[in-house]
Design a protein around this ligand. Structure first.
Ligand SMILES: Cc1ncc(COP(=O)(O)O)c(C=O)c1O
Length: 390
């Protein structure tokens, strides 16, 4: 964390650990061989890949042969969704996802609709949760793939992944279940084997690793139609010379983030509750969007300040070196309001006045107290200003 800066936009990206950047530099300068080369430098690169695969596999409790390296969450999601739907098309052409997924899930599904697939987009309840019953109701004998995110990146709602997979297994064990775990990996408990998950996407820059690198867990026996062609890397599913420094950086970041996970999450939950309680006490008219303060992921919460504009609040906080987001960073600049907040049916003023706060275990209590105090005063000033000029 830069001195005097309070970075609360950790769902957009995180600051890499110092150890990660040193390790990446070491790999880049010293272990630069192409893992496919037959000489010693190549074997060194191959060993790094093996090691990193083992680290991720161990955290997830899966076999290292089930980890495919990718360029991040977007590519993992595209590979999983397009790859499964097209590969299993003969079995059926109905697919299920939710209306609150990240665009790297929604857009592949939109593309599949253009290819003639039928897609059901499930609408969550007011807290941003999809019930297993809703999934059950949507299933048809032609359903081949269900893709549901674990933690929502805008409001922090947690989907009941294990219960949803139970419903799928009961109804039709052939249905393939993909989970976008980009916002939950290393933070919430995840065990694909116990939770009945067939494919799972992760992204290194969300847990203090480098940008542009991620992985896809692909359960043994599940086949994919590759979306890129050009070489035999990663079992021919993701051709291209592997990003060894990035992959090694991702593995180290995962190890550090996963260490003492429960303590880290406990601290974050307490900071989140403190933040929400203080804001609500000073400004009872604000609205916590999605899950209640004791529910949802410990690191993400979303608050609407109806009557104020999210972007104005964001820039006012920036003046105090506090960095937050209006909805999802991936949507900023598009001029449209968040599809997630629309799906949980916020009114127009709440949509326009929404701010996402996303924390990291690296945020200190002092930083959060500073951010609470400045947010409280910024909101009071803006409210007075707009009241006076109305
Ligand atoms: C839930 C979710 N899925 C996927 C992604 C995309 O990941 P990446 O930035 O690694 O492509 C993001 C990034 O914001 C995300 O929040």
């Amino acid at each position: 964390m830069q001195k005097n800066e309070v970075y609360l936009d950790n769902s957009a990206t995180t600051r890499p650990y110092l150890e990660v950047s040193s390790e990446m530099q070491r790999v880049m300068l010293e272990k630069y061989g192409n893992p496919s080369s037959l000489h010693r430098r190549g074997s060194e690169g191959e060993r790094l890949l093996q090691y990193s695969r083992q680290v991720l596999a161990e955290i997830l409790g899966v076999s290292d042969s089930e980890i495919i390296f990718t360029s991040g969450g977007t590519e993992s999601n595209n590979m999983a969704i397009l790859g499964v739907a097209r590969r299993y098309r003969k079995r059926g052409n109905h697919l299920i996802t939710t209306a609150i997924e990240h665009s790297s899930v929604l857009e592949p599904f939109n593309l599949l609709e253009e290819e003639g697939f039928e897609v059901t987009y499930l609408i969550p309840d007011g807290k941003g949760v999809i019930s297993p019953e809703k999934v059950a109701e949507a299933l048809t004998p032609r359903t081949t793939l269900v893709s549901i995110m674990h933690v929502n990146n805008e409001i922090g709602s947690i989907q009941p992944i294990s219960q949803i997979s139970e419903v799928l297994r009961e109804r039709n064990p052939d249905i393939i279940f993909h989970v976008d775990a980009v916002q939950s990996f290393t933070k919430l408990p995840l065990s694909p084997k116990d939770q009945g998950i067939d494919l799972l996407s992760i992204s290194a820059h969300k847990f203090h690793g480098p940008k542009g690198v991620g992985a896809l867990y692909l359960r043994e026996g599940i086949l994919l139609e590759p979306i890129s062609r050009g070489g035999g890397h990663e079992k021919g599913l993701r051709p291209g010379t592997e990003n060894t420094p990035g992959i090694q950086g991702m593995a180290l970041a995962a190890k550090i983030s996963y260490r003492n996970r429960k303590e880290k999450m406990k601290k974050l939950q307490s900071l989140k509750e403190q933040f929400i309680t203080s804001l609500k006490t000073k400004h009872p008219w604000i609205r916590l969007n999605g899950p209640g303060k004791e529910e949802g992921a410990p690191h993400i919460f979303n608050i609407s300040f109806p009557g104020l504009k999210g972007e104005v609040i964001l820039h006012a906080l920036e003046e105090h070196a506090i960095y937050v987001s209006t909805g999802s960073a991936c949507h900023s600049g598009t001029g449209t309001s968040s599809h997630v907040l629309q799906a949980i049916k916020l009114d127009q003023e709440s949509l326009e006045g929404a701010i996402r706060f996303s924390l990291s275990h690296l945020n200190t209590r002092e930083e959060i107290e500073y951010a609470i105090s400045k947010t409280n005063s910024v909101i009071a000033e803006l409210k007075n200003f707009f009241h006076a000029t109305r």
